[in-house]
Design a protein around this ligand. Structure first.
Ligand code: ATP
Ligand code: MG
Length: 593
């Protein structure tokens, strides 16, 4: 298969050099050195653990800091929707989570039983997460904007024993399905006042619980977290993660996000998605950093204000948000003092090279793209702090991670080592945060493994320098007249056009070509759809990509359908195009209208 060009490779600033001032910082992790000497064994030793080879994520995130200078540092700074702040030191969070664990114990909740949350980003969510882990129960966060059906489905799969939520969310979303959840014994309301039958008042229970609760000593393989995938390609899967995952959360936080104890870290993801748990709760706390939690949803003005006022040093966000910031314009960023920002990273979707170059110009720092999945529990491939950033590339496998490009055939799975060859991105299992199961879906889980590889379902290639480039999801890749076309490549080319805010590309069946490329385009403010603009975009794409790869059809849409975790749902564009059933829409957020 012909090696495609990648936009990032021929951008004017082909490789964005790491900031020399930053490179001089003594403790920046050195990729080559780390990769040469890294072992998971040694990584475990970076954490404290509990006697007898036991451990507990909550102990690593909170309790062990009591004996260190971090004890009185701010662990969590919460910014309410109205802008008021509430700070929790490590010491305070240790006590709050102890009380929560005590509440579970008093209710007779056993180790391994499932505690769910349905909450916006409020402090109680973070206390419930870590308190549940402390008690040895399993935490499963749900995104608060889910409707009753997805909530019921997730609680059924996991056999929810306890739910932590609010009066309003309970009334609207849980009460209608409660009688279908026989295993749900206790509903704890963060604002409970005894007015809703069948629920309990969490604050009163917490007040009655002791402020001490030593973290349950767990076996490394004990289940800790249940996390549902984004549902981009179909029905969400419940990935099971264990306590040992904390080793990977910690180490990848240090290596891929460059987290340090004196950092102010802002992960914009909601804990309803795995990024918001692995890096929005666990990783920064294991490091002893201060994490920012904003209750509100995306808003460009507000985000820049938070970055400036909180003096955020490390920022972890997603391409969909970055594209929205680009849409809002660079002036808004330039009006702020963002000089504290040291490291910026992105995950969740391919990050268009255009966005990397934009950020390098606007912030004086490039976004560092990294790649992982709910299943992998932590970052696997990253533009490491000390590496040159290649715009459009996901970076290199982290130390301790063995990645490969593989091809499946009847004989099994074979690694393709030739640089530039496109194949499925695969990983050698064995890192601590790898999922241990898709809960109650053994066959679906087994299908992910072959010949000693974990198959990710994503297509990628590795270049001569060992950088990995995302091509597309295996389901989304387009085969047109003998070419294998990744939607990301086409989307990135169109993103370079000044009128374009967002693009989704799919293949539609064609008698002669097999498939042809069709692009759905949303425009930036100030641009109006017209036949001239459509032709201009087609021309631009042909110049950038050549006629074989450029879209044959371009249509305008006010917005694109997207998952609540911010991913373009190409399968929905395709189903609609072909008049097929729309499939599982439980995680759909924005739509085309
Ligand atoms: P589902 O598995 O239910 O279809 P999902 O795969 O979107 O949903 P997540 O686990 O949240 O669920 O997302 C992981 C996927 O997101 C990856 O497999 C990949 O397709 C995409 N992704 C994540 N980071 C990147 C990145 N840096 N570049 C390109 N794609 C990425
Ligand atoms: Mg997936």
């Amino acid at each position: 298969m012909e090696r495609p060009r990648f936009q990032g490779e021929d951008m004017t600033r082909e490789i964005i050099r790491k900031d020399p001032a930053y490179a001089a910082t003594a403790n920046m992790p050195d990729y080559a050195r780390e990769a040469a000497t890294f072992t998971w064994q040694a990584a475990r030793a970076r954490l404290s653990g509990l006697p007898g080879g036991r451990l507990n994520i909550a102990h690593e995130a909170l309790d062990r800091h009591l004996a260190t200078p971090a004890a009185d540092r701010i662990a969590l700074r919460w910014i309410a929707r109205d802008g008021t702040r509430r700070d929790f030191t490590y010491r305070a969070l240790v006590a709050e989570t102890a009380r929560f664990a005590g509440v579970l114990r008093a209710l007779g909740v056993a180790r391994g039983e499932r505690v769910y949350s349905l909450l916006g980003r409020v402090p109680e969510l973070y206390v419930a997460a870590l308190g549940t882990l402390k008690a040895g129960s399993v935490f499963c966060p749900m995104f608060s904007a889910f409707g009753p059906e997805p909530i019921q489905a997730r609680m059924e799969i996991g056999g929810a024993r306890v739910l932590v939520t609010s009066q309003a969310l309970y009334r609207k979303k849980v009460a209608p399905v409660r009688d279908r959840l026989p295993e749900l014994k206790d509903v704890l309301l963060i604002d409970g006042d005894g007015s809703i039958e069948g629920t309990r008042d969490l604050a009163a229970l917490m007040a009655a619980a002791p402020a001490e609760f030593p973290a349950e000593p767990m076996a490394p393989e004990d289940m800790a977290l249940l996390h549902f995938t984004s549902g981009t390609t179909g029905r969400p899967k419940g990935a099971v993660h264990v306590h040992e995952a904390v080793v990977a959360h910690h180490v990848t936080g240090v290596l891929a996000l460059d987290l340090r104890p004196d950092d102010v870290f802002w992960c914009t993801a909601d804990p309803g998605w795995v990024t918001g748990t692995s890096y929005g709760i666990v990783a920064p706390l294991t490091v002893g950093a201060t994490m920012i939690v904003d209750q509100a949803e995306y808003d460009a003005e507000r985000w820049y204000r938070i970055l400036e006022e909180e003096k955020v040093t490390v920022w972890y966000t997603a391409p969909t948000a970055i594209r929205m910031l680009m849409k809002a314009g660079a002036e808004m960023a330039k009006a702020r003092d963002l000089s504290h920002l040291r490291f910026m990273a992105s995950v969740g979707e391919p990050l268009n090279p255009e966005a990397v170059v934009w950020s390098d110009v606007v912030f004086g720092r490039p976004f560092h793209d990294n790649w992982w999945q709910t299943e992998t529990g932590g970052i696997m491939i990253a533009n490491y702090a000390s590496m040159d950033v290649k715009p459009g590339s996901m970076g290199k496998p982290l130390p301790g991670i063995v990645a490969g490009i593989v091809e499946a055939s009847a004989a099994g799975v074979r690694e393709v080592t030739r640089a530039g060859a496109i194949g499925e991105l695969a990983l050698r299992p064995g890192w601590p945060s790898m999922m241990r199961a898709y809960l109650h879906e053994e066959a679906r889980y087994d299908k992910c493994f072959s010949c000693g590889w974990y198959l990710t379902g994503d297509l990628a290639l590795r270049d001569e320098d060992g950088y990995y480039w995302f091509v597309g999801r295996a389901d989304d890749v387009i085969k047109s007249s003998g070419h294998l076309i990744g939607p990301f490549e086409v989307e990135s080319a169109l993103m370079e056009h000044p009128a374009v805010a967002e693009v989704g590309v799919i293949g539609i069946p064609d008698e002669t070509a097999g498939e042809i490329v069709k692009a759905y385009v949303a425009l930036k403010p100030g641009h109006r759809e017209s036949e001239d603009l459509r032709l201009d975009l087609l021309g631009h794409a042909r110049r950038r990509l050549g006629p074989a790869v450029a879209p044959k059809e371009i249509v305008f849409r006010p917005a694109l359908p997207r998952t609540r975790s911010g991913k373009i749902m190409r399968r929905l564009l395709k189903a609609r195009e072909l008049g097929l059933p729309e499939g599982d829409l439980s995680t759909l957020e924005g739509d085309e209208a």
